[in-house]
Each structure stands twice: as C-alpha cells, then as structure tokens.
Design a protein around this ligand. Structure first.
Ligand SMILES: C[S@@+](CC[C@H](N)C(=O)[O-])C[C@H]1O[C@@H](n2cnc3c(N)ncnc32)[C@H](O)[C@@H]1O
Length: 198
C-alpha cells in the first residue's frame, strides 16, 4: 500500500486530484489567509511539492523540494520571472541572511526527525526576517480515517500539536497555534505561527 501511494505521488496531477477528493477541495484559501499574503512578500516554500501554493504570490517566491518529478511539474506549470523552483534536499539549501520575509512548511515537518527539523529551522531562521508558518497533520486531533491514512504516509515522524510546539519552540518564539479540519472533516491539521526571536 505504501508503495502504491509512493507511485501515486510520482504523478502530480493524480496526487493533487486524490487529495482534493479526500479533503473536499484544497487548503489554498486557508493557507492564503494564514500567510496573510501581501504583494511585496518575498517567500520561501520549504518542501513545496508540486508548487501548488505558489499561485497565491505576486512577489518573489522560491520553492524547494527534493522530488524531481514534483519540481519539473512546478516549473512547467508555475515558474515565472519571480517564481523559482529548486530541486534540492532542504537540508542542503543556503541563502544569504534575510533573503525572504516569510517562509512556510506545509505538510513536511513530519518527513524529518526532531534532530533534522531543528537543523532545518535554524537555517530557515537565518534566511527570513519576519515570520515562519508550519502546517502539519495533528495526531492528537486525527480521527480513525486520518490515522489510517497517515499509516501509509511517506513521512514517518507524525506529531501531536503539543509535540510540534515543543519541537518548534527550541528554535523559534511561537506567536500562535491552533488546529483546523478539512472541509470533509477527514483531516485535522495544526498551525504553528512563529515570529523571529529578537
Ligand atoms: C506531503 S508533501 C507536501 C508538499 C507541499 N508542501 C504541499 O503541501 O502541497 C511533502 C513534500 O516534502 C518533500 N520532501 C521530503 N523530504 C525532503 C527533503 N529532504 N528535501 C526537500 N524536500 C523534501 C517531498 O518530496 C514532498 O514533496
């Protein structure tokens, strides 16, 4: 089953369609309001997948992912003078200090161990000046269906909101946390909004 799901994620259109069916649409509207997108934002999308959320931005956007299929699809569909996609392991990226004002990491924290997340967060902290937003599955609010789905996820480091908070607060000051459910109530996600430590 896990291999079948891995195969599906290799076909970006199919992957996106299936998750839209499960969730009753996309999280785009929700993510757009969470990030409070502004025209002059300069954003880093960590583990951007197929680049789906890039379409919300008018200003500079950089998406990074280590899946070549996803990045090729994102380049074909969304790249422009201001939107760039980089095929690289997120742990290897480097940008000058304060290159972006915002960064976000959607459904990707659970792909990394605590130790690797800490290393990634520390890097991100030097790249951004304003805000870092994390959205990920919330194990503590998951229903039976989501728990079953997560068993087949490619990311194996699933956490509750409390565990996310404990992890993230080792690097960032947390401004706000909450959870929300998809339209179909099939999936519960948590949001951790971080401000930079002064
Ligand atoms: C569940 S998907 C989320 C994609 C996207 N953020 C979204 O919400 O549509 C997780 C993504 O993390 C990427 N990923 C996992 N490990 C990575 C790594 N070490 N470096 C870069 N990307 C990675 C995968 O390739 C995949 O596209």
């Amino acid at each position: 089953m896990k291999q079948l799901i891995a195969k599906i994620t290799e076909i970006p259109f199919l992957y996106n369609s299936i998750r839209c069916i499960i969730n009753g649409g996309t999280f785009k509207g929700k993510i757009e309001s969470l990030i409070n997108v502004k025209e002059d934002d300069s954003v880093l999308d960590i583990c951007c997948g197929i680049g789906y959320y890039s379409s919300m931005f008018k200003g500079e956007y950089v998406g990074v992912d280590n899946d070549k299929n996803h990045i090729d699809y994102a380049i074909k569909k969304y790249s422009s003078k201001q939107k760039k996609f980089i095929h690289q392991d997120i742990q290897m990226i480097n940008f000058p200090e304060n290159s972006f004002n915002k960064a976000f990491m959607i459904n990707a924290v659970h792909h990394f161990s605590d130790e690797d997340n800490i290393k990634i967060f520390k890097k991100i902290k030097s790249f951004i000046s304003d805000e870092f937003i994390i959205v990920d599955a919330d194990l503590s609010s998951s229903n039976f269906f989501q728990t079953m789905l997560l068993r087949y996820d490619q990311g194996v480091y699933l956490r509750s909101l409390k565990e996310h908070k404990k992890l993230v607060s080792q690097v960032f000051d947390i401004k706000e946390t909450f959870n929300f459910k998809s339209r179909t109530k099939s999936v519960a996600l948590c949001v951790i909004r971080c401000k930079l430590k002064s």
